[in-house]
Design a protein around this ligand. Structure first.
Ligand code: FE2
Length: 308
């Protein structure tokens, strides 16, 4: 390998764009001398969340926050597909505990959302389920005990989850979390972790059977679908608690007056996101408003009035 010709992209804990590409580069694929035909892009994973190495189809996405709008933007271009990936848990070993928890919960959200996505398929669901079982088993000890075996499995599980959503999609949890995270500067994984149980509850009228499969894969023994979904939500909440993740955006200190004044704008933005379109349950603006409100207050019962 001629390392001189490589443009190194490290998906670091700060900006993945730092020292690599400008936004203009991403939109304007012509004339970018960093990405000529001779160049190769290796990706080195240094956390357990967004998996920029797992892109078997025609694009990859880089996130940045546009200071002029309170939202994260995705840039998709075939020019950003990595040529190789280094998935080595040693590169992620220095993650602080909070980052380990947040990035692990982001991977878990990828696995759950891709399993029920309207774009899921036999291949992606296999990857999703394996990631879910590994994360359920290893994330707490990876976080609490510095267990090297757990950390290794978590690093690989995050890649599996990335492969799963790259072959299907994420869903409405990523819509809500992306908007709230950008508006109030929450980490991506924490914003997802808070919303996930409410999203499972919201989606369950449409894909309760798939959630029941997940519940059974991680230990639920009963046969009743509704009990299985309840058990899954309970286990997700237990996982969050073990990682010291809050139950609501309100508990993260987001002021209520600010949230309420921006809520309509959040809903309109979420309604237009691709992840909302691929969510297994189709959503009205009213549904989305209730979901945001439930995630903000930490009250799943606010979702009960949602249509079927
Ligand atoms: Fe994510």
């Amino acid at each position: 390998m001629d390392t001189q010709s490589f443009t190194i992209t490290v998906t670091s804990l700060d900006s993945p764009l730092k020292n690599t590409l400008t936004v203009t580069d991403c939109f304007n694929q012509k004339g970018n001398d960093k990405l000529s035909a001779k160049d190769k892009i290796p990706v080195i994973q240094t956390s357990d969340n967004d998996r920029l190495e797992t892109v078997p189809h025609s694009y990859t996405c880089y996130r940045f926050t546009d200071p002029s709008i309170p939202a994260k933007c995705l840039i998709a271009t075939p020019e950003l597909i990595p040529d190789m990936a280094i998935v080595d848990p040693d590169f992620a070993d220095s993650m602080p505990p909070e980052v380990r928890a947040d990035s692990g919960m982001d991977a878990f959200t990828h696995a759950i959302e891709s399993y029920v996505s309207s774009k899921s398929n036999d291949f992606s669901r296999g990857l999703s389920l394996q990631a879910i079982t590994l994360i359920m088993k290893y994330l707490p000890s990876s976080f609490l005990e510095r267990d090297p075996v757990a950390r290794e499995h978590m690093h690989y599980a995050a890649t599996l989850a990335g492969m799963a959503f790259s072959n299907s999609s994420n869903g409405i949890c990523h819509s809500v979390a992306g908007i709230i995270g950008a508006a109030y500067h929450l980490t991506h994984g924490r914003a997802n972790a808070i919303a996930l149980p409410y999203v499972i509850r919201y989606n369950s009228p449409a894909v309760g059977g798939l959630y029941a499969n997940v519940a059974r894969a991680i230990g639920f023994k009963g046969g009743n679908q509704s009990e299985a979904v309840t058990d899954l939500i309970k286990k997700v909440n237990h996982l969050k608690k073990s990682l010291k993740v809050q139950n609501s955006y309100q508990q993260m200190g987001i002021p209520e007056d600010r949230f309420q004044s921006q809520l309509k704008e959040f809903v309109q933005r979420a309604y237009r996101l691709p992840a909302t379109n691929w969510n297994p349950r189709k959503s009205t603006m009213e549904d989305l408003e209730r979901l945001f409100q439930a995630c903000y207050e930490g009250k799943g019962r606010l979702l009960q009035r949602s249509r079927k």
